[in-house]
Design a protein. Structure first.
Ligand SMILES: Nc1ncnc2c1ncn2[C@@H]1O[C@H](COP(=O)(O)OP(=O)(O)OP(=O)(O)O)[C@@H](O)[C@H]1O
Ligand SMILES: [Mg+2]
Length: 271
């Protein structure tokens, strides 16, 4: 766990509406401390991607809008910045589904991540080597067309491209999607190393609660556009309801947090 500092990203009670009428986030608040890995958890459609897109200002392209609340990065509001301005500030999003440029090679994909930088080719090449140190597989595949690489390699390329922008913070959407368990662990190990050694903070959206809580410092569980539980990753891992609903450790199957045992759970959460 990296040493954690002050608030880096603060999301304050945001509401997001799509197409003027579809209310998706209903007052979400969360904080990412400098140096932390924070997991944003929840089932399909809970609002994880929407939350990340609200931060990186990618909602407008989808006819979505933050209609209430505020988002601060290093104590300054970032609600009206373009995604490009945010990259310059050090906040980079890795989208769900990897999104490589399929016709470019792996290396060309990585280099596109440096397009906002103005510190010259030598520095960019140094960082390319840094990316290859973390992802040796990408070095092997650097001349391959990205579209023909495996899902895991594409996920690595997407993260590597984000690193080429020299970010302070990466918003990482569902890195485990469609990958074999061993590869998921491998990617999370690298995320954890990047956090420790390169001091990159992460807000990562994951349906894979087990893995996310193994590597994160802190977690928020979203359900139906609201945070229903948050806490240190360790305490969430040990929480009976999290085990029951999200870690699949009970025979009860996955239900909604809100469905059952509301009173008992409330008591426990507040305790
Ligand atoms: N462009 C859009 N227009 C209308 N509704 C949308 C749009 N994008 C997402 N939604 C709705 O918003 C809700 C939250 O979606 P979101 O993609 O944020 O969930 P998620 O937690 O990332 O889910 P998943 O785990 O499946 O990726 C869903 O009900 C979804 O149908
Ligand atoms: Mg999503």
């Amino acid at each position: 766990m990296a040493e954690q500092g002050k608030d880096l990203l603060v999301i304050n009670n945001i509401e997001v509406i799509y197409d003027h009428v579809i209310l998706v986030l209903k007052g979400v608040s969360l904080t990412v401390h400098d140096g932390a890995i924070v997991a944003l958890l929840g089932a399909n459609g809970a609002g994880k991607t929407t939350t990340l897109k609200a931060v990186s200002n990618l909602l407008r392209a989808e006819r979505g809008e933050v209609t209430k609340g505020s988002i601060l990065y290093k104590d300054k509001r970032i609600d009206s910045l373009t995604p490009n301005d945010l990259v310059k500030l050090g906040v980079v999003q890795v989208m769900e589904g990897r999104h490589c440029f399929e016709h470019l090679t792996v290396e060309e994909n990585l280099l596109t991540g440096a397009h906002t930088r103005r510190d010259g080719r030598a520095e960019v090449m140094k960082d390319l080597e840094m990316v290859y140190r973390y992802f040796p597989r990408l070095k092997e595949r650097r001349k391959s067309q990205a579209g023909y690489t495996s899902g895991g390699e594409q996920q690595m390329t997407a993260i590597g491209r984000a690193l080429m922008a020299r970010p302070n913070m990466i918003l990482l959407d569902e890195p485990s999607m469609g990958l074999a368990p061993q590869l998921v662990e491998e990617i999370f190990e690298i995320v954890s190393e990047l956090n420790k050694k390169e001091k990159v903070s992460f807000l990562l959206a994951e349906q894979n609660t087990m893995v996310a809580l193994k590597y994160a410092d802190y977690g928020y569980i979203l359900e139906n556009g609201r945070v229903v539980l948050d806490g240190e990753a360790k305490s969430l891992r040990e929480n009976e309801d999290v085990k029951e609903f999200y870690l699949g450790l009970s025979t009860a199957g996955r239900k909604s947090f809100r469905d059952t045992k509301h009173y008992r759970r409330r008591k426990r959460w507040l305790a």
